[in-house]
Design a protein around this ligand. Structure first.
Ligand SMILES: [Ca+2]
Ligand SMILES: [Ca+2]
Length: 365
């Protein structure tokens, strides 16, 4: 069972937003993810050129309109990750501390270096999948290789993400879930497969996630064993999902009443799902720009599937014997779920909760 909990007070986090997206509008940068993890904050002045950049954004699959500045886009940082022990920074810029990098650069601790020739348009999202750095954005070439909005870097050279092409429009978010690379954005096709705004690459083929979303996906995260998508959509799959939805493996489902405006960033911090975006309400609560979501404790539900049954036995054994492993297996699952006797003591070695757990499962017999 999931429920919206207390949200941040309705005030603007102007310091963070100003630092991360100095030329941006009211959107909360996906870089919030990096900040929430305590990632290094870069010296933005070295990365962001003062001038705007001429780009060749793909407006539709295979089509290129040359020499046009992306309307509504501003130079800046949009994504960070770590690959091969180096910090990777991406966004919309031409140079990093004077080094020509073209929208993506790597920091080795001393200097910025390019990744070959970079891309010819913005890089909006980064992740690591199958040992390679994945870049998604609004570009048609990476390292000179023709790739529609999605490319992979093996440490030496760029290649297209899949042999049958990338996505038909901009990629805004990347995640790894269930062994697959999940791609979210503003597209209707991934390769030759019809995928509305979200798609999964299993290493060999593109797969749709049900019928996808009704509008752009801007953010992805994995929380409580489920894939979470945020964006501009009002429908996910066949469900009414206001700007945020969760994928349980077969279908999309809402998170409460959703959000009152677009969701631009998602991350998990302190066992809670945190959303950032251009909204004033989260669920039925006033929550400007930031909102938090966490599982409401369900006593005995040790695998956080919203039911208490025999499937919780093995997770409970792991919880008592190796709590860290249990947390890794069920991220976001409230530890309080294991306080079966309600004495406030729970977690590793809390053996007083064993008999009450057995009684819970057997109906108190
Ligand atoms: Ca359960
Ligand atoms: Ca207890």
């Amino acid at each position: 069972m999931l429920g919206l909990r207390i949200c941040f007070p309705p005030r603007r986090h102007t310091a963070s937003r100003g630092l991360l997206t100095p030329h941006s509008d009211e959107k909360v940068s996906p870089l919030a993810r990096g900040l929430l993890r305590g990632a290094p904050v870069l010296t933005a002045a070295g990365l962001i050129p003062a001038s705007s950049i001429q780009l060749e954004p793909p407006r539709s699959r295979g089509a290129i309109r040359s020499g046009r500045t992306i309307a509504g886009s501003y130079p800046g940082l949009l994504a960070l990750t770590v690959y091969n022990g180096e910090l990777i920074a991406a966004g919309l810029f031409t140079t990093a501390d004077g080094v020509v990098c073209n929208n993506i650069a790597r920091w080795n601790g001393v200097t910025w270096q390019p990744l070959a020739d970079g891309t010819n348009g913005s890089v909006n999202a980064l992740t690591v999948y199958s040992g390679e750095l994945i870049a998604g954005g609004w570009f048609t070439t990476a390292g000179g290789v023709v790739c529609s909005c999605l490319a992979r870097w093996n440490g030496v050279a760029w290649q297209c993400q899949s042999p049958d092409g990338g996505t038909s429009g901009a990629v805004h978010a990347l995640a790894v879930y269930g062994g697959a690379l999940i791609v979210g954005g503003e597209f209707s096709f991934a390769g030759d497969v019809h995928c509305e705004h979200i798609a999964g690459w299993d290493g060999a083929n593109w797969q749709p996630l049900e019928i996808g979303m009704s509008n752009t996906v801007y953010a992805l995260a994995v929380y409580n064993g489920e894939l979470i998508a945020g964006g501009a959509f009002g429908r996910a799959g066949h469900q009414l999902c206001r700007r945020i939805a969760r994928w349980a493996g077969l279908s999309w489902a809402p998170l409460g009443d959703g959000m009152g405006g677009y969701v631009y960033a998602l991350d998990v911090y302190a066992s809670e799902l945190t959303a950032g975006g251009a909204f004033a309400t989260a669920g039925d609560q006033v929550s400007a720009y930031w909102g938090r979501w966490r599982c409401v404790p369900v006593i005995g539900d040790m695998n956080c599937d919203a039911t208490v049954d025999f499937a919780d036995i093995n997770p409970f054994v792991a919880y008592l014997s190796n709590f860290a492993d249990w947390q890794a297996d069920f991220p976001g699952c409230p530890p309080e779920n294991g306080d079966i006797n309600g004495d406030g003591t729970y977690g590793q070695g809390s053996f007083d909760d064993i008999n009450p757990f057995v009684e819970l499962l057997t109906g108190g017999a």
